[in-house]
Design a protein around this ligand. Structure first.
Ligand code: PMP
Length: 404
């Protein structure tokens, strides 16, 4: 049976494409597209600038969106929500700003080997700027960090720990609560990347007790160009700005400036207010469905896909063999066929997946592969999508001339 949910998504309505690339970017429901255009149709003015009714409405809508995000991730106050362009910008902001504030020569930044380049390169650069050193936390082949390995890798030189919540390659979920607690016992700041978790499960930043969390709107039904950095207020207050310019100051003289209060100190220039309103609508869309349904659907389809893949000769799932460890992301290789060819052949059957190094080259090297194909799920996927994928996948080796 086709999922009714596809009707909400203009691009998926006619079932002409099997979209299995949500980890790269999600499709957008009609309500979100409308919310974005509604901002421009009804409230368009530059927030924080206009001393006119329209400007005030624009500001109000933007700040309402901030509050929606705050409640969604259970942050203590709206001031802890900084709007940025995407997870990448959020992580660069922390690495640059926090890095320049607290790192000095000899300090260590403990980065998990599982990170997307977005939560790795900014730390390498911060280390270069400050004389600190990047230390890697290794994972097991099935994508697990043991507490023992973490305890061994962290030291009193560790000032920052960077770890993803859900891996964009392995699909595994890391126990942020336990690792954040250990990091804090060593006086380190814990920076979590929520790009692949926030869209798919309930995330409570206070319960996890992470100091920072980044995510992108476009992976959770919102438009491209709006993302979030959550940060504990005390830390945000002590950090210098990342970008300087309009609306992030209290006052400016020839000699310098007094910065605006958080979060505005970190939102220089004209903001993406329409994107923020659309993100708030995307959150309402997710909440209407409910994370119980999201998780049930995605885990059922993950199980179906993995069981089917096991039956296909030459398929090897990267990471854990258990479906429950995958959180809607399954990366795999196919014997004798390059991952790009796998993706191209699937594409000929109108099935969209991603192939390559998934912006996680150190992880792939650690796992002993150079590239792989990934399917990733969203709430709009259904059994028919998985059956179409399995049918097409089962034919690939034969099409390439192998006997089975
Ligand atoms: N972190 C993870 C785990 C991701 O999967 C991605 C996107 N693939 C990012 C960060 C970066 O997201 P964006 O490109 O939206 O900045």
């Amino acid at each position: 049976m086709r999922a009714d949910r596809k009707k909400d998504f203009p691009l998926l309505r006619d079932n002409s494409i099997v979209y299995l690339d949500t980890a790269a970017t999600s499709q957008k429901p009609e309500c979100v597209l409308k919310a974005e255009s509604e901002f421009y149709e009804k409230y368009n003015a530059n927030p924080f600038r206009g001393i006119h009714e329209l400007g005030e409405m624009a500001t109000e809508k933007y700040e309402e969106a901030r509050q929606t995000v705050q409640e969604f991730i259970h942050a203590k106050e709206p001031e802890e929500i900084v709007f940025v362009r995407n997870a990448t910008e959020a992580l660069n902001l922390v690495a640059y700003s926090l890095g320049s504030e607290i790192l000095k020569p000899g300090d260590e930044i403990l980065v998990s080997i599982m990170e997307h380049h977005s939560n790795l390169l900014p730390w390498q650069q911060a280390a270069k700027r400050t004389g600190a050193k990047v230390v890697y936390l290794e994972c097991t082949q099935d994508g697990h960090f043991t507490e023992e390995a973490f305890q061994k890798a962290i030291s009193d030189h560790t000032k920052i720990v960077a770890m993803t919540h859900v891996s964009n390659v392995l699909g595994c979920k890391n126990d942020l609560k336990t690792f954040a607690k250990i990091a804090h016992e060593h006086g380190a700041v814990f920076v979590a990347d929520g790009a692949q978790s926030v869209p798919h499960m309930s995330v409570d930043v206070q319960d996890l007790d992470v100091d920072f969390l980044s995510f992108s709107g476009h992976k959770m039904f919102a438009p491209m160009g709006i993302g979030v950095l959550y940060g504990k207020r005390a830390l945000l207050e002590k950090m210098p700005p990342f970008l300087c310019g309009g609306e992030m100051i209290d006052s400016v003289t020839r000699e310098g400036a007094v910065w605006a209060e958080v979060p505005h100190k970190f939102e220089a220039g004209t903001v993406n207010a329409a994107g923020a309103c659309a993100l708030a609508e995307a959150i309402r869309y997710i909440e209407k469905i409910g994370f119980d349904t999201v998780e049930e659907t995605e885990s059922r389809l993950t199980k179906l896909a993995m069981e089917g893949m096991k039956q296909i000769h030459g398929v090897h799932v990267v990471g854990s063999p258990k479906a429950e460890d995958h959180h809607g992301i399954i990366t795999f290789t196919l014997d004798g066929v390059h991952p790009h060819d796998v993706a191209s052949i699937l594409d000929a059957d109108h099935i969209a997946v991603r192939a390559g190094h998934h912006c996680a080259q150190p992880l792939l090297k650690h796992l002993g592969i150079s590239s792989a194909t990934r399917l990733s799920l969203g709430i709009y996927n259904d059994e028919e999508d998985i059956h179409a994928f399995l049918k097409s996948l089962a034919e690939i080796r034969r099409q390439m001339g192998y006997a089975e």
